[in-house]
Design a protein around this ligand. Sequence first.
Ligand code: HEC
Ligand code: HEC
Ligand code: HEC
Ligand code: HEC
Ligand code: HEC
Ligand code: HEC
Ligand code: HEC
Ligand code: HEC
Ligand code: HEC
Length: 371
Amino acid sequence: MVRRQRFFIISLCLAAVCSIAGLTLAFTERAHADVLSQTTQGTEAYCLSCHSNPDLKMTLPSGEELSLYISAEDLQHSAHSPLGIECEACHTDIKTYPHPVINYQTSRELSRSYYLACKKCHSTIYEKAQDSMHAQVAAENPNAPICTDCHGSHYIQPPDEPRAQISTTCSKCHTEIYDQYKNSVHGSELIGKNNPDVPVCTDCHGVHNIQDPRTTQFRIQTPELCANCHANAELMSKYGLPSDVYDIYKLSWHGVDVSVYKARWPTIWHDSAVCTDCHGIHDILKADDPASSVNPANLLATCQKCHPGVSANWTSAWTGHNKISQERTPLLYYIDVFYSSFIPVVLWAAGIYVLLQILRATVNRVKRSIK
Ligand code: HEC
Ligand code: HEC
Ligand code: HEC
Ligand code: HEC
Ligand code: HEC
Ligand code: HEC
Ligand code: HEC
Ligand code: HEC
Ligand code: HEC
């Protein structure tokens, strides 16, 4: 009897466990199917039955010839296809053949028309991009980049792997700047070496909301842009570089000037030097590189851009990155030592003198009142 009861209870438990497991399984499958049904139209095989033909082409009204070949191999390795995002997710108006009549003339018009599909799923990025310099110039320049110029449409890859890929993407159009950058102290560490510590284009310009960098606002933010890395002691120590260049710059004539303008008149253009005026922008080199704009050989010319006519000894006025020291700036050092001991002595002496005067006046008054 006891054995039977035990058997019954065990069977009951087993049945319960099985049905819970079964239900969970069913739910998971259902959820999976739901996700897929939102994205999959099952159109890929159908569309590829014609579009996997490498010779499929069409002539657009502009006379341009457009290849209509879509590589099944590329699709398999694209970010979207393995997620079940197929042709119809983007080509919402094409379901069968013959296709609807097209209403664009050029292949650029085709791109600008179809790329709007990206908005459906990446709406935040799309909105951000509308605010960018690239979107603002689109009216006059239809070649200004849209999503597909940087990411592609059928073969979408992680855009930041390897990290150098980011700058390569921008180089497609900004070739001259890229050529400067790739030889700079920053770019040369990125290209081929993928050093994650140096800035890529998007670290300084942003990605989807790139703004015009030649405005007053951008200019007066430059020191902070550089300070993101150059005031980071841990990062700079890896390269044997000082991390106080920013703090000391802020105390220099130029630095104080720039912070006053930033606080008071942020929209008024001011020429006081920011980091890039002395070091260059996309072509920054190590300070001891003979070609560097801050190398002693070239420094005078760099200062003369804004201080025309100053003579060679002018550059010795630049103490902007260095604490005053006996070896580097002996004259300033001794003046500093002199003043830092002389001023306290004078102040103390003056204080004691005033105190003695007060004491004497008080004693005199007391004496007078006793008489
Ligand atoms: C029976 C063959 C065939 C099938 C199936 C087919 N296409 Fe096409 N497709 C063509 C041909 C041919 C053209 C050239 C223009 C035309 O004849 O309409 C074309 C043109 C296109 C174009 C460029 C012109 C336009 O209309 O914008 C796109 C985009 C396109 N197809 C997408 C698709 C999609 C998405 C599917 C699947 C839903 C698909 N095609 C299925 C044959 C086919
Ligand atoms: C993620 C969105 C997306 C998906 C998914 C997609 N396309 Fe496209 N397709 C585009 C965009 C955007 C263009 C416009 C051309 C451009 O900017 O690269 C385009 C252009 C085309 C063209 C015109 C030729 C060309 O390459 O410019 C054909 C043909 C085409 N697609 C067929 C297909 C087929 C077939 C599939 C499914 C196997 C598919 N597309 C899946 C976004 C997509
Ligand atoms: C049907 C929805 C959908 C559409 C339409 C769509 N995407 Fe995506 N996309 C996704 C999803 C889901 C992911 C994966 C999750 C994520 O990274 O956001 C993704 C990822 C990406 C990634 C990141 C790839 C990676 O591996 O880091 C890029 C870039 C991208 N999409 C660009 C585009 C572009 C460009 C278009 C238009 C041509 C587009 N997407 C259209 C849904 C979509
Ligand atoms: C000028 C080139 C450019 C344009 C235009 C552009 N992107 Fe990007 N996008 C990038 C780069 C570069 C990255 C990688 C950024 C990084 O990691 O710093 C990126 C990252 C992404 C990512 C993955 C990371 C994330 O932020 O989720 C998605 C998704 C994406 N872009 C979608 C889009 C869509 C959609 C559009 C159009 C509305 C678009 N992009 C327009 C260059 C571009
Ligand atoms: C498809 C070509 C193309 C690509 C790719 C591209 N740009 Fe541009 N970019 C342009 C055009 C065109 C302008 C507008 C130039 C003008 O009319 O002033 C522009 C403007 C800019 C500006 C504003 C300054 C100016 O000259 O107007 C910056 C900054 C910029 N791009 C940075 C980038 C960065 C960073 C990337 C990579 C993430 C990138 N661009 C990728 C074409 C491109
Ligand atoms: C260390 C920060 C930094 C990096 C990295 C950087 N830029 Fe710039 N960029 C700037 C600054 C600062 C300006 C403003 C220059 C000025 O005042 O004229 C600028 C200006 C620009 C301009 C507009 C002015 C011009 O000369 O045409 C474009 C376009 C541009 N950058 C693209 C790029 C591209 C593409 C890359 C990557 C290859 C890149 N930048 C990397 C800081 C940077
Ligand atoms: C994302 C981080 C980062 C940003 C932002 C950045 N830098 Fe750098 N910078 C570095 C690193 C890391 C090195 C060291 C590279 C090496 O020596 O291989 C470096 C090297 C330098 C050097 C060479 C120093 C020497 O003499 O060896 C100068 C000068 C310089 N940067 C100036 C700037 C200026 C100016 C800006 C702003 C426009 C800036 N950097 C923005 C990371 C950054
Ligand atoms: C981008 C332009 C620019 C560059 C480059 C530049 N300066 Fe200046 N500098 C200014 C401006 C503007 C002032 C402020 C003048 C004022 O406030 O009357 C100034 C002020 C000064 C002052 C103090 C005021 C004075 O006029 O005596 C010194 C010293 C100075 N700079 C030294 C240098 C040295 C040294 C260099 C080169 C290493 C240099 N500057 C590079 C723009 C620049
Ligand atoms: C008025 C010109 C001027 C300005 C503005 C300026 N620098 Fe320099 N910088 C120099 C000179 C000259 C040197 C080389 C001699 C020295 O160290 O003083 C130098 C050296 C450097 C070095 C290398 C230091 C070393 O010891 O190897 C770095 C990093 C640097 N600057 C970053 C910056 C950053 C970041 C800013 C903005 C916050 C900036 N600079 C602003 C002129 C300038």
